[in-house]
Structure formats: C-alpha cells, structure tokens
Design a binder for this molecule. Structure first.
Ligand code: PLP
Length: 360
C-alpha cells in the first residue's frame, strides 16, 4: 500500500500522500530533483527504460521524482487516474482538450469562464481547427442542443471565475454522457477540499495549481487527471511529446504549500465571508456575490455541493466605473491589486481590465 492508497483524511493526505522518506538519504522533506536527465548503467539499461521494461527515471520531461510527489498528492485529494503535473493551469486546460479533439472537432463550454480559458477557446483553439461553442451553465439543455457528430467534450468550471456561479456538474455529466462524451471540469476555485468533481460524474478534472493548491503566489503549475485508464495513458504520452512539463522547483513549492492547505483555506473562507458581509453594508457597493449569501443565485447548489461553505473567492460590484475601482484599489492598503487569487494574503483584482478583458 502506498501513502496514496490509504483511507486518510484530506488533511493527512495533503501532508503525506505520494512521499515516504527516500530510502537512500532518509530525507524527511521531499528532495528537489533539479535535474534534466538520469544516468543509465549501459545501453541495455537505457533501452529497457525507454521500453518501460524496467522502472526508473529517464529524463525530466518524461518523469521527475519531485513532480511525481505532486502528481500523486493531488490525485490522492481529487481522485482519478494518472494525474499529471504541467507547466501551468492553462497548459492543463489546453492539454485536456488537445488530447481528445482534432482539427474539425468541436467542444461545448460554459460561457462563464476564467478569461485566459475564454481566450484559448475563442481565439487560440480555432487556429488549430477546434471550434468551441459556448452555452449558459444555467441551462444544461442548451448544451445538448449544441452537440453534433464532431463534438468531443463538454467543459465547465465547477465554480466560475470570477462570478462564483456554481455549475450543476451532475446535470452536465448527464448531458455529456447521454451523447457519449467526456465532461471536463476545471476545479481550481472549488478545490477538492470543497468538491470532488469525479464523484459527480466528471471524466477529466484539472487545476491551476498556481492558485489555492500551491497557495503562496510563487509557483506556476497545472494538474490534470482522467477517470478512464486508456485516456490517462494517452495524456501521459501527450505530455512527453508536447513538453508542457512542470518545473521540479515549482512542484516542490506546491507540495510545501499543500501541507497547510486546510488551515489556509478555512481561514480564507472565513475572511471572504466577513468581507462579503462588510462590503454589503457599504454605500456604493451594488452587488456582493458569495455562495453562502442568501441573495446568491446558486445558494441552494452551494449548500448541496460545497458542504454549505463558499470558498475563498468573493466578487462585488461598485458604482462609479473605472475611477471608483481605482480609488477602491488605492484605498485597500495592504491588499495586493493583482490578477490572481488563492494567495495567503487577500488580493484584489479588476477582471474587466485584466484577466477577463477579452470577454464582453
Ligand atoms: N483556470 C482558472 C479557473 C483560473 O482562475 C486560472 C488562472 O487564474 C487558470 C485556469 C489558468 O491558470 P494558470 O495561470 O496557472 O495558467
């Protein structure tokens, strides 16, 4: 039994999954294997490694022991098979689509998306002949209407960035599976601490590990895994040939970040809820969106899917356009005004002028 198979709680898995003190050095902390390649004994050894006849390391684009710990650790938390650490969250999204769709194919996606994913879908994938059709996640039946013989997957974020809308994963899974298609879920904002999409019908789950999982705004990483072993194998081969490899040092930073995940996340949720209450009482704040608030459109789904909690991302609207946004950012002393989320400290972002400027 490996550490990954044990029936441990989230808090224990996030500390231990994927690593036991290594047998040579007995190092308690995960070592950083900052190497490009690994030495072979002779030509036969090298050939046997390449043919997968013997276990061992070959080349970091193909495997790396530090990266392997992150792959196993997130897989232990999220489920799925063959979790892969990739160079960024965007690499994970690109990767999930390109493993299954070719020129001439299409995918159906929710219209409420992180701006970078929207740009990938609306502008970059079409350059490779892959069309993305968008539908409002409030109406799963619209997805069924858009599916045709060339559709290869359905895509959604479990909690949409930045609106905090909560996707009915089971309803989308029913639509996708009804047409024989995989459902891909970006679980970045929810994290497996709140929601494990594989348990609700997802077939591929991915993350921007850059955000909450690593949690310190110092590592850029992605992770993706599948439910189907054949698809997981195809994904691993694809990473070797396309080279979206994660940096071992960044993987190590994320492993270190994960150790304190539940403490950071619980605290961040409390802060988000408190800020939401405070903001709702301020003159000039016209809307506060947080999943546990009575006026959140998806409150019932949050109760059912997110264990009644709301996560660490809070959205709000203020009167006065860009000038008011600038004044707010300038007055929010000690809060970094930056296009990210999931840091240890509170960060503030203005999606319309940054991450989501490609959307209407
Ligand atoms: N998915 C979501 C929901 C995100 O919020 C982000 C980034 O903000 C990404 C994917 C892309 O991740 P990365 O910046 O690591 O490429």
């Amino acid at each position: 039994m490996t550490t990954t198979d044990k029936p441990w709680k989230f808090e224990t898995l996030s500390v231990h999954a994927g690593y036991r003190p290594d047998p040579v050095t007995r190092a308690v902390a995960v070592p950083i294997y900052q190497t490009v390649a690994y030495a072979f004994d002779d030509t036969q050894h090298g050939a046997d490694l390449f043919d997968l006849k013997v276990p061992g390391n070959i080349y970091t684009r193909i495997m790396n022991p530090t990266n392997d710990v992150l792959e196993q650790r997130v897989t232990a938390l999220e489920g799925g098979i063959g979790g892969l650490a990739l160079a960024s969250g965007q690499a994970a999204v690109t990767y999930a689509i390109q493993t299954i769709a070719r020129a001439g194919d299409n995918i159906i996606s929710t219209s409420t998306l992180y701006g970078g994913t929207y740009n990938l879908f609306a502008h970059t994938l079409p350059q490779f002949g892959i069309e993305v059709r968008f539908a409002d996640p409030k109406h799963p039946e619209r997805f069924a209407e858009l599916i045709d013989a060339n559709t290869k997957a359905v895509f959604a974020e479990s909690i949409g960035n930045p609106l905090g809308n909560i996707t009915d994963i089971a309803a989308l899974a029913e639509v996708a599976h009804g047409a024989g298609l995989p459902l891909i879920i970006d679980n970045t904002v929810a994290t497996p601490y709140l929601l494990r999409p594989f348990e609700h019908g997802a077939d591929i789950v991915l993350h921007s590990v850059t955000k909450l999982l690593a949690g310190h705004s110092d590592a850029t990483l992605g992770w993706v895994a599948a439910k189907d072993p054949a698809l997981a194998d195809r994904m691993r081969f694809f990473t070797v040939t396309t080279g979206m490899t994660a940096s071992p040092f960044d993987c190590w930073l994320a492993e270190r970040g994960l150790v304190s995940f539940d403490l950071r996340f619980d605290r961040a949720q409390r802060t988000a809820e408190t800020l939401g209450r405070w903001l709702a009482g301020q003159a000039g704040v016209t809307r506060v969106l947080y999943p546990t608030r009575d006026d959140h459109p998806d409150r019932a789904r949050a109760q059912a899917l997110l264990r009644g909690t709301g996560g660490n991302m809070l959205s709000f609207e203020i009167e006065g356009g860009r000038a008011a946004a600038n004044a707010f950012a300038a007055a929010a002393e000690g809060v970094a005004f930056a296009p990210t989320l999931g840091d240890v400290g509170t960060t503030l972002s203005h999606p319309a002028s940054s991450s989501h400027r490609g959307l209407t």
